[in-house]
Design a protein around this ligand. Structure first.
Ligand SMILES: *[C@@H]1O[C@H](CO)[C@@H](O)[C@H](O)[C@H]1NC(C)=O
Ligand SMILES: *[C@@H]1O[C@H](CO)[C@@H](O)[C@H](O)[C@H]1NC(C)=O
Ligand SMILES: *[C@@H]1O[C@H](CO)[C@@H](O)[C@H](O)[C@H]1NC(C)=O
Ligand SMILES: *[C@@H]1O[C@H](CO)[C@@H](O)[C@H](O)[C@H]1NC(C)=O
Ligand SMILES: *[C@@H]1O[C@H](CO)[C@@H](O)[C@H](O)[C@H]1NC(C)=O
Ligand SMILES: *[C@@H]1O[C@H](CO)[C@@H](O)[C@H](O)[C@H]1NC(C)=O
Ligand SMILES: *[C@@H]1O[C@H](CO)[C@@H](O)[C@H](O)[C@H]1NC(C)=O
Ligand SMILES: *[C@@H]1O[C@H](CO)[C@@H](O)[C@H](O)[C@H]1NC(C)=O
Length: 484
């Protein structure tokens, strides 16, 4: 990282990370602190240890911590039955020579053998599937592609693999070894019912290639690491989501299991794939706003992020369940809006020192991070949530808690903002002043926000939003409250 800084890079993109450790033992956090002091933006992967709580990497507030979401692309393989019913499934293998004529359809578990129902290795050797489309179930001892290998070895022409109830609507485009389609649990039940309903069930698969506009995208990837942050619970992490599921990119090795072909492209998933999307967006923002600090760029990305999917509904996880702020952070990046955020929450490198003192680190430990001698004093400590961060994360007991924030106007010179509060359940949120005018002297304004518990709610955690709204901008900050 230091060498990259010496080379004069503008953005560092790190698709790597380890488990949570204090920042003075976290080499990426230390390297990143050196970088932001030079105005270099650092974006890092949130980690692939989800969907479990407290599973984040790269939690330092001077880093952009990037979670992964799906994109609106489906690689479609539509099952068509003899009764003309069609079910959209997925397959990355898209053969061009597979006939669309109907073939006999056979349920692999029809002999009552569970292992055959799962198309486990060896389970179909005595079953007559030759030339048939075989319906297999998710589960058992084999992954989706290996089920296809079993069907192929037994002479099957194609495979439909249906989900189990737990995976429900979650389908995957895999690099199958034969014509195949992965369908949802509900569609699988319909296909089974059709098989039951006729003496000669028939089916085929229609390969439709890449289809865009999937309305429930973006979804938070199952594997995307979730908060709360362990190293600094007073900072809401991850910060933002970017595309990280089935990302198509240049690839070093051939993917078609032949040795003599040239490298080409591959499709893989991870917060490692989401991170460079955000690094690229940061580079664009830096070129259109060369005077913005790394914290300002980060604020612009966070306060303008999308909370809804393309269908206009709240962003869900891959099981179609709405995700809380510990999964989506500020939301899914919206690059166009990030270019014109209206207001930013700026932070200078030295502002992190009172925050680090407030974390309880001693002077030596902080010196390791900032690479110079530091002396904390009680008067200069701040609580974590007092850092001028574009989101809020607090643990709330019975007493009220007050914080201040300073916003910088980067929008129209004359503009007025009004605070709009969507309070977390059981919490009163008071903002003073509740209106801010720009256009006179300073481009900066400070406000205070007080959180007070007003009801004993039966949940361990609640979330809300604090939005500064003008005629042409909404500057949104998520609020996470854990009750103590
Ligand atoms: C994870 O956090 C959510 C709130 O975000 C909570 O509902 C859930 O119980 C937590 N799960 C575990 C395993 O702690
Ligand atoms: C389709 O093409 C693949 C790859 O070339 C080949 O292995 C397969 O036998 C072909 N299938 C048919 C039905 O012609
Ligand atoms: C299911 O089929 C497999 C493979 O043919 C066989 O080994 C196994 O004994 C069968 N199970 C039952 C319960 O019949
Ligand atoms: C998910 O599956 C259920 C049935 O299992 C269905 O009712 C629901 O509409 C599906 N959701 C989406 C978004 O496809
Ligand atoms: C199909 O028929 C079998 C045997 O009669 C029954 O056990 C099964 O529940 C039926 N499946 C559906 C989806 O109707
Ligand atoms: C974010 O929202 C905007 C509308 O404000 C929409 O045009 C865009 O497609 C959304 N981006 C994603 C990834 O959902
Ligand atoms: C400072 O903190 C570090 C990390 O906890 C610890 O190893 C070290 O002993 C502490 N130094 C002093 C002088 O307390
Ligand atoms: C800081 O505060 C603690 C506890 O309130 C106290 O024990 C300590 O002496 C103070 N240190 C300084 C340098 O004022």
């Amino acid at each position: 990282m230091d060498t990259a800084v010496e080379d004069g890079v503008d953005v560092l993109s790190l698709s790597l990370g380890g488990p949570s450790v204090p920042f003075y033992e976290d080499s990426i956090a230390i390297g990143a602190f050196g970088a932001i002091q030079k105005g270099i933006f650092v974006s890092c992967a949130a980690g692939n240890s989800g969907p479990f709580n407290e599973s984040l990497s790269n939690e330092a507030p001077w880093i952009l911590t990037v979670g992964a979401s799906t994109v609106d692309r489906s690689i479609r393989a539509t099952v068509m039955l003899g009764n003309n019913a069609q079910y959209d499934g997925e397959s990355f293998y898209q053969p061009t020579n597979f006939s669309s004529s109907l073939l006999p359809l056979f349920y692999a578990g029809s002999n009552g053998n569970e292992s055959a129902a799962f198309c486990d290795p060896g389970s179909l050797k005595d079953v007559d599937v030759r030339g048939k489309v075989v319906l297999c179930e998710r589960g058992g001892y084999s992954g989706l592609v290996y089920k296809g290998q079993e069907v192929k070895d037994a002479g099957g022409a194609a495979m439909i693999v249906m989900n189990d109830e737990v995976y429900g609507n979650v389908t995957t485009a895999s690099l199958h070894v034969l014509p195949a389609s992965h369908v949802t649990y509900a569609d699988g039940l319909s296909i089974k019912a059709y098989i039951n309903s006729t003496s000669s069930p028939m089916a085929t698969i229609l390969f439709k290639g890449t289809v865009f506009g999937v309305p429930y995208a973006p979804q938070v990837a199952m594997f995307s690491s979730r908060g709360p942050s362990l190293a600094s619970p007073g900072i809401l992490k991850p910060d933002v989501l970017g595309p990280g599921v089935r990302i198509l990119a240049a690839w070093l090795h051939p993917v078609d299991n032949r040795l003599n072909t040239t490298p080409g492209f591959n499709v893989i998933s991870g917060t490692s794939m989401a991170t460079p999307h955000l690094s690229g967006i940061a580079a664009l923002l830096k070129s259109s706003h060369p005077d913005w600090s790394p914290a300002a760029i980060k604020s612009a990305i966070m306060t303008t992020a999308n909370l809804t999917n393309l269908g206009g509904m709240p962003i869900t996880d891959q099981f179609f369940v709405p995700v809380d702020v510990f999964g989506i952070g500020s939301g899914h990046v919206n690059p166009t809006k990030a270019d014109d955020p209206g207001l930013v929450y700026d932070i200078q490198p030295d502002d992190y020192i009172p925050y680090l003192c407030g974390l309880g680190y001693n002077d030596t430990a902080i010196g390791i991070i900032v690479q110079r001698p530091v002396t904390c004093s009680n008067s200069s400590n701040i609580p974590e949530a007092q850092l001028n961060y574009p989101s809020f994360s607090i643990k709330l007991g019975s007493g009220p808690q007050a914080y201040t924030r300073t916003v910088t106007n980067v929008g129209p010179f004359k503009s007025s903002y009004i605070a709009e509060i969507i309070a977390p359940q059981g919490v009163d949120v008071k903002v003073t002043p509740s209106a801010i005018e720009f256009g006179g002297g300073s481009s900066k304004a400070t406000y205070s926000v007080t959180f007070t518990r007003i009801a004993n709610v039966k949940v361990p955690f609640a979330q809300g939003y604090l939005n500064w709204v003008s005629a042409d901008h909404v500057v949104r900050s998520p609020i996470a409250v854990i009750f103590e």
